[in-house]
Design a protein around this ligand. Sequence first.
Ligand SMILES: C[S@@+](CC[C@H](N)C(=O)[O-])C[C@H]1O[C@@H](n2cnc3c(N)ncnc32)[C@H](O)[C@@H]1O
Length: 210
Amino acid sequence: MQGWNGLYQEYAAGGAARGVIGRGIRPVFRRFLDRNQFTKRSALDIGCGFGQYLAYLEARGFTTAGVDISELAVAEASRAVRDGTRIIAGDMFAYPFPENEFDFVFSFETMQHGTHDQIRELVRNIHRSLVPGGRIFIELPRTNAWVTFRKSKKVAPHTVVPLDGPETGIPHSFFSKAEMKDVFRDFEDLKVSRDELLFGNNWLITGRKG
Ligand SMILES: C[S@@+](CC[C@H](N)C(=O)[O-])C[C@H]1O[C@@H](n2cnc3c(N)ncnc32)[C@H](O)[C@@H]1O
C-alpha cells in the first residue's frame, strides 16, 4: 500500500514511519493556548493524524474538526474524539470547510506536502474559514534537512520528492522566512519563528485574521 495509508500501516508494524508521525502534544502548543483567548472555541486540525490534538482541545472545551488524507488516520482519530466530531477523510488542498467557521486553525508537519502554489491557496482558504479575530498556529519547514530520506528528486524550486524511506513519492516543500511572511501576509500580528523541536528546522507561524 502506497502513500499515507501505507505509512500508517508501517507505523502500526513498528517501522521507520514511527519517526514521521507524532503522538504527543507540543509544549509550545500548550503555551500558545494558555496565552490566547478563543471566544467561539471552534478549532480545525489540518492533517489531524491520530487526533491527539483534537482530543486535547475537546478536553479544554473546544468544538473540533479535522481533515486527513489517510482513512487509517481518520479511523483512529475518530476513536480519540467525541461522537459527532467532524473528521473528514480528504485532501486539505480541496479544503472542504466553509467561510467564517473556526476561531482557531492549526497544523503540524502536514502543510508542506504539496507545491508552493497549492500551499499558498491553502493558506488563503484557511484565512477565509476563520472568523474575524480567529488565530492560526502552523508549522512549515525551513529546510529539508531533517527529513527521513536520503535520495530525493527536485520537482520545483524548494520542493523535493523522496525516492527512498517511508515518505517515498510524497512532495515536501520548504520556505525562506521572507516567503513565509509573504504567504501569510493577510494575517495580523504575524510571527514567523524557529520551532523549538526538530533542531529548529521548522518555522512556527502564528497570526490573527483582522
Ligand atoms: C507527519 S503526519 C502529522 C500528523 C499530526 N499533525 C501530528 O503532528 O501528530 C502528517 C499527516 O498529514 C496527513 N496528510 C498528508 N497530506 C495530506 C493532504 N493532502 N490532505 C490531508 N492530510 C494530509 C497524513 O495522512 C498525516 O496524517
